[in-house]
Design a protein. Sequence first.
Lengths: 265, 323
Amino acid sequence: MRLVRVRVTGNELIMPGTHVLDLASPEVAASASPGQFVHIRCGPSWDPLLRRPMSIYKIRPSGVSLMVRAVGSGSEIIAASPPGAELDCLGPLGRPFALEPSRRQLVLVGGGYGVAPLIAFAEHALARRCEVILLVGAASAVQVFPAALVPPEVEFQVATMDGSLGHRGFVTELLPGLLSWADGVYACGPNPMLEAVSRLCRPGARGLAGQTDSAKPIQLAMEQHMGCAMGVCLGCVVKTRRGYERVCRDGPVFQADDIVWESVS
Amino acid sequence: VTGVEPSLTVDLAPTNKLGLRLANPVLVASGTFGYGTEYQPLVDIQRLGAICSKGITVRPRRGNPPPRIAETPAGMLNAIGLQNVGLRRVVAEKAPIWERWTVPVIVNISGESVDEFVRLASTLEGVAGVAGLEVNISCPNISAGGRLFADDAESAATVTRAVRAATSLPIMVKLSPNVSDVVEIALAIEAAGADCISVANTFVGMMIDVAAARPYIANVTAGLSGPAIRPIVVRMVYQIAGWVRIPIVGVGGVTCLRDALEYFMAGATAVQVGTANFVNPNTGVEIVDGLGGHLRERGLASVTELVGAARRASRDSLAVTVE
Protein backbone atom coordinates (compact mmCIF):
# COMPACT_ATOMS: atom_id res chain seq x y z
CA MET A 1 0.00 0.00 0.00
CA ARG A 2 1.26 3.44 -0.90
CA LEU A 3 0.35 7.09 -0.54
CA VAL A 4 1.17 8.60 -3.93
CA ARG A 5 0.23 11.33 -6.34
CA VAL A 6 -0.94 9.68 -9.54
CA ARG A 7 -1.59 11.21 -12.95
CA VAL A 8 -4.95 10.84 -14.66
CA THR A 9 -4.23 9.56 -18.18
CA GLY A 10 -7.82 9.10 -19.32
CA ASN A 11 -11.33 10.11 -18.31
CA GLU A 12 -14.22 8.62 -20.23
CA LEU A 13 -17.93 9.05 -19.54
CA ILE A 14 -19.26 5.49 -19.89
CA MET A 15 -22.86 6.19 -18.87
CA PRO A 16 -24.66 9.20 -17.41
CA GLY A 17 -22.80 10.41 -14.32
CA THR A 18 -20.28 7.57 -14.42
CA HIS A 19 -16.69 8.01 -15.51
CA VAL A 20 -13.80 5.63 -15.98
CA LEU A 21 -10.58 7.24 -14.79
CA ASP A 22 -7.26 5.75 -15.86
CA LEU A 23 -4.50 6.38 -13.34
CA ALA A 24 -0.81 6.02 -14.15
CA SER A 25 0.87 4.15 -11.32
CA PRO A 26 2.82 0.96 -11.98
CA GLU A 27 3.52 0.71 -8.21
CA VAL A 28 -0.17 0.70 -7.25
CA ALA A 29 -0.99 -1.67 -10.12
CA ALA A 30 1.78 -4.11 -9.19
CA SER A 31 0.30 -4.74 -5.76
CA ALA A 32 -3.40 -4.48 -6.67
CA SER A 33 -5.85 -7.39 -6.74
CA PRO A 34 -9.52 -7.46 -7.82
CA GLY A 35 -11.82 -6.54 -4.94
CA GLN A 36 -9.37 -4.05 -3.49
CA PHE A 37 -9.91 -0.30 -3.55
CA VAL A 38 -8.00 2.96 -3.47
CA HIS A 39 -8.83 5.94 -1.24
CA ILE A 40 -8.81 9.17 -3.23
CA ARG A 41 -8.60 12.67 -1.80
CA CYS A 42 -11.18 15.12 -3.17
CA GLY A 43 -8.58 17.83 -3.74
CA PRO A 44 -6.31 20.09 -1.72
CA SER A 45 -9.23 21.64 0.19
CA TRP A 46 -10.50 20.21 3.49
CA ASP A 47 -14.11 20.50 2.41
CA PRO A 48 -15.31 17.97 1.38
CA LEU A 49 -13.12 16.48 4.05
CA LEU A 50 -12.77 12.75 3.69
CA ARG A 51 -11.19 10.68 0.97
CA ARG A 52 -13.51 8.59 -1.18
CA PRO A 53 -13.03 4.82 -1.50
CA MET A 54 -13.12 3.65 -5.13
CA SER A 55 -13.12 0.03 -6.25
CA ILE A 56 -10.39 -0.95 -8.65
CA TYR A 57 -12.11 -1.52 -11.99
CA LYS A 58 -9.13 -2.51 -14.13
CA ILE A 59 -5.54 -3.46 -13.43
CA ARG A 60 -2.98 -2.81 -16.18
CA PRO A 61 0.83 -2.96 -15.90
CA SER A 62 0.97 0.84 -16.17
CA GLY A 63 -1.71 1.58 -13.59
CA VAL A 64 -5.27 1.04 -12.47
CA SER A 65 -8.64 2.32 -13.63
CA LEU A 66 -11.54 3.35 -11.43
CA MET A 67 -15.25 3.63 -12.11
CA VAL A 68 -16.33 6.89 -10.51
CA ARG A 69 -19.99 7.75 -10.15
CA ALA A 70 -20.54 11.43 -9.46
CA VAL A 71 -23.12 11.28 -6.69
CA GLY A 72 -22.01 14.00 -4.29
CA SER A 73 -19.66 16.89 -3.80
CA GLY A 74 -16.59 14.68 -3.36
CA SER A 75 -17.10 12.14 -6.13
CA GLU A 76 -18.07 14.98 -8.50
CA ILE A 77 -14.66 16.58 -7.98
CA ILE A 78 -12.84 13.28 -8.58
CA ALA A 79 -15.01 12.36 -11.59
CA ALA A 80 -14.25 15.74 -13.19
CA SER A 81 -10.46 15.22 -13.08
CA PRO A 82 -9.20 15.79 -16.63
CA PRO A 83 -6.33 13.85 -18.23
CA GLY A 84 -3.11 15.36 -16.93
CA ALA A 85 -4.53 16.13 -13.49
CA GLU A 86 -3.00 14.55 -10.40
CA LEU A 87 -4.92 12.69 -7.72
CA ASP A 88 -3.79 11.95 -4.17
CA CYS A 89 -4.17 8.19 -3.98
CA LEU A 90 -3.85 5.81 -1.02
CA GLY A 91 -3.81 2.16 -1.89
CA PRO A 92 -4.36 -0.52 -2.89
CA LEU A 93 -6.29 -1.34 0.27
CA GLY A 94 -8.42 -4.13 1.68
CA ARG A 95 -8.86 -7.85 1.28
CA PRO A 96 -9.44 -8.89 -2.34
CA PHE A 97 -11.66 -11.60 -3.84
CA ALA A 98 -10.08 -15.01 -3.36
CA LEU A 99 -10.14 -17.33 -6.36
CA GLU A 100 -9.29 -20.86 -5.29
CA PRO A 101 -7.72 -22.97 -8.08
CA SER A 102 -10.59 -25.47 -7.91
CA ARG A 103 -13.19 -22.86 -9.01
CA ARG A 104 -14.00 -23.13 -12.70
CA GLN A 105 -17.52 -21.75 -13.19
CA LEU A 106 -18.24 -18.40 -11.63
CA VAL A 107 -21.34 -16.26 -11.35
CA LEU A 108 -20.69 -12.59 -10.67
CA VAL A 109 -23.58 -10.40 -9.48
CA GLY A 110 -23.28 -6.62 -9.72
CA GLY A 111 -25.84 -4.09 -8.55
CA GLY A 112 -25.50 -0.67 -10.17
CA TYR A 113 -22.10 0.80 -9.52
CA GLY A 114 -21.05 -2.45 -7.76
CA VAL A 115 -20.10 -3.92 -11.11
CA ALA A 116 -16.73 -2.10 -10.96
CA PRO A 117 -14.65 -4.64 -8.97
CA LEU A 118 -16.38 -7.51 -10.79
CA ILE A 119 -14.90 -6.42 -14.12
CA ALA A 120 -11.38 -6.60 -12.66
CA PHE A 121 -12.25 -9.94 -11.09
CA ALA A 122 -13.74 -11.29 -14.35
CA GLU A 123 -10.53 -10.46 -16.21
CA HIS A 124 -8.51 -12.19 -13.51
CA ALA A 125 -10.77 -15.26 -13.63
CA LEU A 126 -10.64 -15.43 -17.43
CA ALA A 127 -6.85 -15.36 -17.29
CA ARG A 128 -7.14 -18.38 -15.02
CA ARG A 129 -9.35 -20.06 -17.66
CA CYS A 130 -12.54 -19.90 -15.62
CA GLU A 131 -15.96 -19.61 -17.23
CA VAL A 132 -17.70 -16.43 -16.09
CA ILE A 133 -21.31 -15.28 -16.13
CA LEU A 134 -21.91 -11.66 -15.12
CA LEU A 135 -25.36 -10.59 -13.93
CA VAL A 136 -25.91 -6.85 -13.72
CA GLY A 137 -28.89 -5.04 -12.30
CA ALA A 138 -29.98 -1.42 -12.50
CA ALA A 139 -33.09 0.70 -12.18
CA SER A 140 -33.42 1.15 -15.94
CA ALA A 141 -31.50 0.62 -19.19
CA VAL A 142 -29.72 3.96 -19.09
CA GLN A 143 -27.96 2.95 -15.83
CA VAL A 144 -26.88 -0.50 -17.05
CA PHE A 145 -23.16 -1.04 -17.35
CA PRO A 146 -22.41 -0.99 -21.12
CA ALA A 147 -22.17 -4.47 -22.66
CA ALA A 148 -19.33 -3.26 -24.89
CA LEU A 149 -17.12 -2.89 -21.79
CA VAL A 150 -17.75 -6.44 -20.56
CA PRO A 151 -14.93 -8.78 -21.68
CA PRO A 152 -16.24 -10.73 -24.72
CA GLU A 153 -15.57 -14.13 -23.11
CA VAL A 154 -18.06 -13.32 -20.33
CA GLU A 155 -21.72 -14.33 -20.63
CA PHE A 156 -23.68 -11.20 -19.76
CA GLN A 157 -27.22 -11.00 -18.40
CA VAL A 158 -29.09 -7.85 -17.44
CA ALA A 159 -32.03 -7.11 -15.17
CA THR A 160 -33.76 -3.74 -14.87
CA MET A 161 -36.45 -2.79 -12.42
CA ASP A 162 -38.54 -1.10 -15.13
CA GLY A 163 -37.95 -3.84 -17.70
CA SER A 164 -36.37 -1.41 -20.17
CA LEU A 165 -33.52 -3.88 -20.72
CA GLY A 166 -33.24 -7.61 -20.07
CA HIS A 167 -35.12 -9.31 -17.25
CA ARG A 168 -37.72 -7.16 -15.52
CA GLY A 169 -37.09 -7.22 -11.78
CA PHE A 170 -34.22 -7.73 -9.36
CA VAL A 171 -30.90 -9.01 -10.68
CA THR A 172 -30.93 -11.64 -7.95
CA GLU A 173 -33.95 -13.25 -9.67
CA LEU A 174 -31.51 -14.41 -12.37
CA LEU A 175 -29.33 -16.23 -9.87
CA PRO A 176 -31.30 -19.39 -8.81
CA GLY A 177 -31.25 -20.82 -12.33
CA LEU A 178 -27.45 -20.63 -12.40
CA LEU A 179 -26.64 -22.01 -8.96
CA SER A 180 -26.45 -25.65 -10.03
CA TRP A 181 -23.90 -24.64 -12.68
CA ALA A 182 -21.78 -22.27 -10.58
CA ASP A 183 -19.08 -23.36 -8.18
CA GLY A 184 -18.51 -19.84 -6.89
CA VAL A 185 -20.61 -16.69 -6.50
CA TYR A 186 -19.05 -13.22 -6.17
CA ALA A 187 -21.14 -10.11 -5.67
CA CYS A 188 -20.91 -6.37 -5.14
CA GLY A 189 -23.74 -3.90 -4.82
CA PRO A 190 -26.24 -2.40 -2.39
CA ASN A 191 -26.67 -4.27 0.91
CA PRO A 192 -30.24 -5.52 0.18
CA MET A 193 -28.91 -7.12 -3.02
CA LEU A 194 -25.99 -8.73 -1.17
CA GLU A 195 -28.36 -10.03 1.47
CA ALA A 196 -30.58 -11.56 -1.25
CA VAL A 197 -27.55 -13.23 -2.87
CA SER A 198 -26.53 -14.58 0.51
CA ARG A 199 -30.03 -15.94 1.20
CA LEU A 200 -30.41 -17.55 -2.23
CA CYS A 201 -27.08 -19.34 -1.91
CA ARG A 202 -27.70 -20.72 1.57
CA PRO A 203 -27.59 -24.54 1.78
CA GLY A 204 -31.04 -25.96 1.23
CA ALA A 205 -32.20 -22.88 -0.65
CA ARG A 206 -33.94 -23.54 -3.96
CA GLY A 207 -31.41 -24.67 -6.56
CA LEU A 208 -28.74 -25.42 -4.02
CA ALA A 209 -30.01 -28.64 -2.45
CA GLY A 210 -27.30 -30.82 -1.05
CA GLN A 211 -24.52 -28.27 -1.37
CA THR A 212 -22.73 -26.76 1.57
CA ASP A 213 -21.26 -23.32 2.06
CA SER A 214 -17.78 -24.74 2.15
CA ALA A 215 -18.33 -26.30 -1.26
CA LYS A 216 -19.50 -23.06 -2.83
CA PRO A 217 -17.88 -19.89 -1.63
CA ILE A 218 -20.03 -16.82 -1.70
CA GLN A 219 -17.88 -13.70 -1.54
CA LEU A 220 -19.39 -10.27 -1.13
CA ALA A 221 -17.63 -6.94 -1.59
CA MET A 222 -19.33 -4.63 0.91
CA GLU A 223 -19.73 -0.88 0.48
CA GLN A 224 -19.57 1.46 3.47
CA HIS A 225 -18.76 5.10 4.12
CA MET A 226 -15.14 5.26 5.23
CA GLY A 227 -12.93 7.54 7.28
CA CYS A 228 -9.27 6.60 7.22
CA ALA A 229 -9.42 3.28 5.27
CA MET A 230 -6.34 2.27 7.28
CA GLY A 231 -8.21 0.39 9.99
CA VAL A 232 -7.73 3.17 12.50
CA CYS A 233 -10.94 5.18 12.81
CA LEU A 234 -13.19 2.10 13.15
CA GLY A 235 -15.91 4.02 11.31
CA CYS A 236 -16.72 1.56 8.50
CA VAL A 237 -17.59 -1.55 10.48
CA VAL A 238 -20.06 -4.27 9.55
CA LYS A 239 -21.34 -6.84 12.01
CA THR A 240 -20.00 -10.34 11.40
CA ARG A 241 -20.08 -13.56 13.38
CA ARG A 242 -16.79 -12.41 14.94
CA GLY A 243 -18.09 -8.99 16.02
CA TYR A 244 -17.76 -5.60 14.34
CA GLU A 245 -15.20 -5.84 11.54
CA ARG A 246 -13.74 -3.08 9.43
CA VAL A 247 -14.85 -3.01 5.80
CA CYS A 248 -11.61 -1.21 4.91
CA ARG A 249 -9.25 -3.71 6.45
CA ASP A 250 -11.06 -6.96 7.27
CA GLY A 251 -13.03 -6.52 4.00
CA PRO A 252 -14.27 -5.17 1.70
CA VAL A 253 -14.64 -8.80 0.58
CA PHE A 254 -16.38 -10.99 3.18
CA GLN A 255 -17.69 -14.54 3.12
CA ALA A 256 -21.48 -14.26 2.83
CA ASP A 257 -22.21 -16.49 5.80
CA ASP A 258 -20.06 -14.32 8.08
CA ILE A 259 -22.33 -11.28 7.76
CA VAL A 260 -25.02 -10.71 10.39
CA TRP A 261 -27.67 -9.26 8.10
CA GLU A 262 -30.15 -8.18 10.77
CA SER A 263 -27.62 -5.52 11.79
CA VAL A 264 -26.91 -4.20 8.29
CA SER A 265 -28.85 -1.04 7.63
CA VAL B 1 20.08 33.14 17.03
CA THR B 2 21.58 33.19 13.56
CA GLY B 3 23.06 29.82 12.68
CA VAL B 4 21.55 28.14 15.70
CA GLU B 5 18.86 25.56 15.01
CA PRO B 6 15.69 26.67 16.82
CA SER B 7 14.59 24.35 19.60
CA LEU B 8 11.36 22.46 19.09
CA THR B 9 11.41 20.62 22.41
CA VAL B 10 8.63 21.10 24.92
CA ASP B 11 7.92 19.59 28.32
CA LEU B 12 4.25 18.86 28.93
CA ALA B 13 4.84 17.87 32.57
CA PRO B 14 7.42 20.36 33.86
CA THR B 15 6.57 19.82 37.52
CA ASN B 16 6.41 16.00 37.27
CA LYS B 17 9.59 14.12 38.28
CA LEU B 18 9.39 11.93 35.16
CA GLY B 19 8.58 14.88 32.93
CA LEU B 20 7.06 14.56 29.48
CA ARG B 21 9.77 16.02 27.29
CA LEU B 22 8.88 15.83 23.61
CA ALA B 23 11.24 16.41 20.67
CA ASN B 24 8.58 18.66 19.17
CA PRO B 25 5.12 19.96 20.05
CA VAL B 26 3.17 18.02 17.41
CA LEU B 27 1.22 15.02 18.71
CA VAL B 28 -1.38 12.82 17.06
CA ALA B 29 -4.76 12.63 18.73
CA SER B 30 -6.38 9.62 20.31
CA GLY B 31 -8.67 7.66 18.03
CA THR B 32 -7.06 8.97 14.86
CA PHE B 33 -3.81 7.00 14.88
CA GLY B 34 -4.76 3.59 16.30
CA TYR B 35 -1.98 2.16 18.41
CA GLY B 36 0.65 3.86 16.25
CA THR B 37 1.58 0.76 14.28
CA GLU B 38 -1.15 1.10 11.67
CA TYR B 39 0.41 4.15 10.01
CA GLN B 40 4.01 2.90 10.08
CA PRO B 41 3.92 1.86 6.39
CA LEU B 42 3.09 5.45 5.40
CA VAL B 43 4.47 7.77 8.08
CA ASP B 44 7.85 8.18 9.77
CA ILE B 45 6.09 8.05 13.12
CA GLN B 46 9.30 8.48 15.13
CA ARG B 47 9.38 12.12 13.96
CA LEU B 48 6.16 12.98 15.79
CA GLY B 49 6.26 14.66 19.18
CA ALA B 50 4.14 11.91 20.72
CA ILE B 51 1.36 9.49 19.86
CA CYS B 52 -1.86 9.44 21.88
CA SER B 53 -3.19 5.89 21.65
CA LYS B 54 -6.71 4.82 20.82
CA GLY B 55 -8.81 5.19 23.99
CA ILE B 56 -8.58 2.06 26.07
CA THR B 57 -10.89 0.66 28.73
CA VAL B 58 -10.42 -1.96 31.45
CA ARG B 59 -12.22 -4.60 29.37
CA PRO B 60 -12.42 -4.89 25.59
CA ARG B 61 -15.32 -3.04 24.00
CA ARG B 62 -17.01 -3.96 20.74
CA GLY B 63 -18.25 -0.45 20.09
CA ASN B 64 -21.47 0.96 18.63
CA PRO B 65 -23.49 -0.43 15.73
CA PRO B 66 -23.00 1.23 12.33
CA PRO B 67 -23.42 3.75 10.83
CA ARG B 68 -20.75 5.25 13.06
CA ILE B 69 -19.42 8.14 10.99
CA ALA B 70 -20.74 10.85 8.70
CA GLU B 71 -19.09 13.65 6.79
CA THR B 72 -20.18 17.20 7.61
CA PRO B 73 -19.09 20.58 6.25
CA ALA B 74 -15.29 20.61 6.76
CA GLY B 75 -15.71 18.00 9.46
CA MET B 76 -17.03 14.65 10.47
CA LEU B 77 -19.22 13.05 13.11
CA ASN B 78 -18.20 9.85 14.85
CA ALA B 79 -19.79 7.57 17.40
CA ILE B 80 -17.39 4.63 17.54
CA GLY B 81 -18.20 3.71 21.13
CA LEU B 82 -14.64 3.21 22.38
CA GLN B 83 -14.10 -0.06 20.48
CA ASN B 84 -10.73 -1.31 21.74
CA VAL B 85 -8.85 -4.46 22.69
CA GLY B 86 -8.86 -3.77 26.44
CA LEU B 87 -6.18 -3.02 29.03
CA ARG B 88 -4.64 -6.49 29.25
CA ARG B 89 -3.92 -6.82 25.53
CA VAL B 90 -2.60 -3.26 25.34
CA VAL B 91 -0.07 -4.04 28.08
CA ALA B 92 0.82 -7.46 26.63
CA GLU B 93 0.84 -6.70 22.91
CA LYS B 94 1.17 -2.96 22.28
CA ALA B 95 3.47 -1.66 25.03
CA PRO B 96 6.38 -3.98 24.05
CA ILE B 97 6.25 -2.45 20.56
CA TRP B 98 6.11 1.12 21.95
CA GLU B 99 9.10 0.38 24.18
CA ARG B 100 11.31 0.04 21.10
CA TRP B 101 10.24 3.41 19.70
CA THR B 102 11.85 6.78 20.26
CA VAL B 103 8.49 8.56 19.93
CA PRO B 104 6.71 8.63 23.30
CA VAL B 105 3.30 6.97 23.48
CA ILE B 106 0.67 8.52 25.72
CA VAL B 107 -2.06 6.03 26.53
CA ASN B 108 -5.58 7.43 26.43
CA ILE B 109 -7.67 5.87 29.22
CA SER B 110 -11.46 5.82 29.63
CA GLY B 111 -13.38 4.62 32.65
CA GLU B 112 -17.03 4.41 33.54
CA SER B 113 -16.23 4.86 37.21
CA VAL B 114 -13.45 6.40 39.29
CA ASP B 115 -12.36 2.88 40.21
CA GLU B 116 -11.91 1.96 36.56
CA PHE B 117 -9.70 5.03 36.00
CA VAL B 118 -7.64 4.05 39.04
CA ARG B 119 -7.30 0.49 37.78
CA LEU B 120 -6.18 1.69 34.35
CA ALA B 121 -3.69 4.18 35.79
CA SER B 122 -2.19 1.86 38.37
CA THR B 123 -1.85 -1.02 35.90
CA LEU B 124 -0.06 1.19 33.38
CA GLU B 125 2.30 2.61 36.03
CA GLY B 126 5.78 1.29 35.35
CA VAL B 127 4.83 -0.42 32.07
CA ALA B 128 7.77 0.09 29.72
CA GLY B 129 6.68 1.90 26.58
CA VAL B 130 4.09 4.06 28.32
CA ALA B 131 5.31 7.67 28.58
CA GLY B 132 2.17 9.17 30.06
CA LEU B 133 -1.59 8.97 30.31
CA GLU B 134 -4.27 11.02 28.66
CA VAL B 135 -7.34 10.87 30.87
CA ASN B 136 -10.51 10.87 28.81
CA ILE B 137 -13.13 12.17 31.20
CA SER B 138 -15.62 12.71 28.39
CA CYS B 139 -17.10 9.24 28.53
CA PRO B 140 -20.35 8.35 30.29
CA ASN B 141 -20.06 8.12 34.04
CA ILE B 142 -22.20 5.12 34.88
CA SER B 143 -21.90 5.72 38.62
CA ALA B 144 -23.33 9.23 38.19
CA GLY B 145 -26.24 8.09 36.07
CA GLY B 146 -24.73 8.48 32.64
CA ARG B 147 -23.45 12.02 32.99
CA LEU B 148 -19.90 12.74 31.87
CA PHE B 149 -17.09 13.23 34.37
CA ALA B 150 -16.12 16.20 32.23
CA ASP B 151 -19.52 17.83 32.70
CA ASP B 152 -18.75 19.54 35.97
CA ALA B 153 -15.68 20.72 37.82
CA GLU B 154 -16.19 18.52 40.84
CA SER B 155 -16.41 15.20 38.93
CA ALA B 156 -13.53 16.19 36.68
CA ALA B 157 -11.41 16.97 39.73
CA THR B 158 -12.41 13.73 41.47
CA VAL B 159 -11.18 11.62 38.54
CA THR B 160 -8.03 13.67 38.16
CA ARG B 161 -7.18 13.39 41.88
CA ALA B 162 -7.75 9.63 41.84
CA VAL B 163 -5.57 9.11 38.78
CA ARG B 164 -2.92 11.42 40.25
CA ALA B 165 -2.82 9.30 43.40
CA ALA B 166 -2.65 6.07 41.39
CA THR B 167 0.32 6.93 39.17
CA SER B 168 3.52 8.91 39.00
CA LEU B 169 3.22 9.00 35.20
CA PRO B 170 2.60 12.38 33.60
CA ILE B 171 -1.14 12.87 33.17
CA MET B 172 -2.88 14.94 30.56
CA VAL B 173 -6.59 15.43 31.17
CA LYS B 174 -8.77 15.84 28.06
CA LEU B 175 -11.49 18.43 28.47
CA SER B 176 -14.96 18.20 27.02
CA PRO B 177 -15.98 21.27 25.02
CA ASN B 178 -19.66 20.54 25.74
CA VAL B 179 -19.79 22.60 28.92
CA SER B 180 -20.80 26.14 29.73
CA ASP B 181 -17.50 27.16 31.35
CA VAL B 182 -14.31 25.41 30.25
CA VAL B 183 -12.18 27.65 32.47
CA GLU B 184 -13.83 26.50 35.67
CA ILE B 185 -13.22 22.85 34.77
CA ALA B 186 -9.66 23.50 33.60
CA LEU B 187 -8.87 25.19 36.91
CA ALA B 188 -10.37 22.29 38.86
CA ILE B 189 -8.29 19.78 36.88
CA GLU B 190 -5.13 21.80 37.44
CA ALA B 191 -5.79 22.02 41.16
CA ALA B 192 -6.42 18.27 41.27
CA GLY B 193 -2.90 17.55 40.05
CA ALA B 194 -3.02 17.21 36.26
CA ASP B 195 0.34 17.81 34.54
CA CYS B 196 -1.29 19.26 31.43
CA ILE B 197 -4.67 19.67 29.75
CA SER B 198 -5.74 18.69 26.25
CA VAL B 199 -8.40 21.00 24.86
CA ALA B 200 -10.69 19.57 23.63
CA ASN B 201 -12.64 16.43 22.84
CA THR B 202 -15.29 16.40 20.09
CA PHE B 203 -18.45 18.51 20.11
CA VAL B 204 -21.70 16.60 20.47
CA GLY B 205 -23.56 16.82 17.19
CA MET B 206 -26.13 15.05 15.13
CA MET B 207 -27.18 14.42 11.55
CA ILE B 208 -30.64 13.53 10.28
CA ASP B 209 -31.15 11.16 7.37
CA VAL B 210 -33.87 13.26 5.72
CA ALA B 211 -34.91 10.54 3.27
CA ALA B 212 -35.62 8.15 6.13
CA ALA B 213 -36.63 10.86 8.65
CA ARG B 214 -34.42 9.44 11.38
CA PRO B 215 -31.03 10.13 12.95
CA TYR B 216 -28.30 9.02 10.55
CA ILE B 217 -25.82 7.77 13.17
CA ALA B 218 -27.01 4.59 14.92
CA ASN B 219 -25.97 6.07 18.28
CA VAL B 220 -28.15 9.13 17.42
CA THR B 221 -25.59 11.67 18.69
CA ALA B 222 -21.94 11.76 17.68
CA GLY B 223 -18.78 13.80 18.16
CA LEU B 224 -17.95 16.53 15.65
CA SER B 225 -14.30 17.01 14.71
CA GLY B 226 -12.22 18.48 11.90
CA PRO B 227 -11.49 21.99 10.62
CA ALA B 228 -15.11 23.02 11.29
CA ILE B 229 -14.49 23.15 15.05
CA ARG B 230 -11.08 24.83 15.02
CA PRO B 231 -12.19 28.43 15.71
CA ILE B 232 -14.19 27.34 18.73
CA VAL B 233 -11.34 25.33 20.23
CA VAL B 234 -8.83 28.11 19.56
CA ARG B 235 -11.14 30.37 21.55
CA MET B 236 -11.26 27.84 24.38
CA VAL B 237 -7.46 27.54 24.48
CA TYR B 238 -7.14 31.33 24.50
CA GLN B 239 -9.65 31.56 27.30
CA ILE B 240 -8.13 28.79 29.45
CA ALA B 241 -4.58 30.05 28.91
CA GLY B 242 -5.51 33.20 30.77
CA TRP B 243 -6.13 31.22 33.92
CA VAL B 244 -4.13 28.00 34.17
CA ARG B 245 -0.36 27.61 34.54
CA ILE B 246 0.04 23.99 33.40
CA PRO B 247 0.70 23.38 29.68
CA ILE B 248 -2.27 23.29 27.32
CA VAL B 249 -2.40 20.98 24.32
CA GLY B 250 -4.67 22.32 21.57
CA VAL B 251 -6.64 19.74 19.63
CA GLY B 252 -9.32 20.47 17.08
CA GLY B 253 -9.07 20.86 13.31
CA VAL B 254 -5.30 21.17 12.93
CA THR B 255 -4.46 20.52 9.27
CA CYS B 256 -1.23 22.44 8.67
CA LEU B 257 1.51 24.60 10.22
CA ARG B 258 -0.66 27.71 10.14
CA ASP B 259 -3.34 25.97 12.19
CA ALA B 260 -0.76 24.79 14.72
CA LEU B 261 0.60 28.34 15.00
CA GLU B 262 -2.89 29.59 15.85
CA TYR B 263 -3.00 27.24 18.81
CA PHE B 264 0.53 28.11 19.98
CA MET B 265 -0.23 31.82 19.76
CA ALA B 266 -3.53 31.34 21.62
CA GLY B 267 -1.58 29.79 24.49
CA ALA B 268 -1.08 26.09 23.69
CA THR B 269 2.35 24.55 24.31
CA ALA B 270 1.62 21.74 21.87
CA VAL B 271 -1.04 20.57 19.44
CA GLN B 272 -2.61 17.25 18.53
CA VAL B 273 -3.43 16.44 14.92
CA GLY B 274 -6.63 14.41 14.79
CA THR B 275 -9.11 14.05 11.97
CA ALA B 276 -6.58 15.39 9.44
CA ASN B 277 -4.67 12.10 9.81
CA PHE B 278 -7.52 10.34 8.01
CA VAL B 279 -7.07 12.63 5.02
CA ASN B 280 -3.30 13.18 5.06
CA PRO B 281 -1.53 10.80 7.45
CA ASN B 282 1.63 12.91 7.16
CA THR B 283 0.01 16.09 8.47
CA GLY B 284 1.89 15.93 11.79
CA VAL B 285 5.29 15.26 10.22
CA GLU B 286 4.70 18.04 7.68
CA ILE B 287 3.99 20.50 10.51
CA VAL B 288 7.19 19.43 12.28
CA ASP B 289 9.06 19.91 8.98
CA GLY B 290 7.76 23.46 8.60
CA LEU B 291 8.07 24.58 12.19
CA GLY B 292 11.86 24.97 12.42
CA GLY B 293 11.99 27.14 9.32
CA HIS B 294 9.13 29.25 10.58
CA LEU B 295 10.91 29.90 13.87
CA ARG B 296 14.10 30.89 12.01
CA GLU B 297 12.11 33.33 9.87
CA ARG B 298 10.72 34.94 13.00
CA GLY B 299 14.13 34.93 14.65
CA LEU B 300 12.95 32.79 17.53
CA ALA B 301 15.22 30.35 19.39
CA SER B 302 12.47 28.12 20.69
CA VAL B 303 8.93 27.18 19.83
CA THR B 304 7.98 28.03 23.41
CA GLU B 305 8.45 31.71 22.52
CA LEU B 306 5.36 31.42 20.33
CA VAL B 307 3.19 30.22 23.18
CA GLY B 308 0.64 32.88 23.97
CA ALA B 309 2.13 35.32 21.45
CA ALA B 310 -1.34 36.47 20.41
CA ARG B 311 -2.25 37.01 24.04
CA ARG B 312 0.67 39.31 24.66
CA ALA B 313 -0.20 41.29 21.55
CA SER B 314 -3.78 41.60 22.61
CA ARG B 315 -5.23 44.19 24.96
CA ASP B 316 -8.16 41.92 25.75
CA SER B 317 -8.82 41.07 29.33
CA LEU B 318 -7.85 37.54 30.28
CA ALA B 319 -11.43 36.45 30.61
CA VAL B 320 -12.96 36.31 27.17
CA THR B 321 -16.60 37.10 27.01
CA VAL B 322 -18.56 34.79 24.76
CA GLU B 323 -21.67 36.42 23.42
